[in-house]
Design a protein around this ligand. Structure first.
Ligand SMILES: [Zn+2]
Length: 107
């Protein structure tokens, strides 16, 4: 992923609004690109900072960004797992249909 694209995705990332593939590419890029990592940190601090100021919470935002990143990595793994499950289910359905078709042919 190019920096330009990563930067464009930052807000959607913070809103947890990225497709699985985008999220994967985004996280990979952020982890390997210092510039975009910094952009993300700033965007996160601004977004969360404003929200916190509004409701008066005490905060440790750098730590929270770490948590946000690890949550994103975790949800990516869950989604990948679900995708895998999805393929298994589709595979089973196809097998089931093939099996029924075979039985109908031989009856
Ligand atoms: Zn970059």
């Amino acid at each position: 992923m190019e920096c330009k694209k990563a930067i464009r995705l930052i807000n959607r990332f913070l809103d947890d609004d990225l497709e699985t593939e985008e999220l994967q590419d985004f996280i990979e890029h952020i982890e390997s690109c210092e510039g975009c990592n910094e952009e993300l940190t700033i965007a996160f601090l601004v977004k969360e900072g404003v929200a916190r100021l509004e409701n008066g919470n005490v905060f440790d935002l750098n730590k929270e960004l770490d948590q946000t990143m690890s949550r994103a990595s975790h949800s990516l793994k869950v989604r990948e797992g679900m995708q895998w499950l999805y393929y298994v289910i589709i595979g089973l359905i196809v097998l089931g249909v093939a099996f029924i078709v075979l039985i109908l042919i031989f009856l």
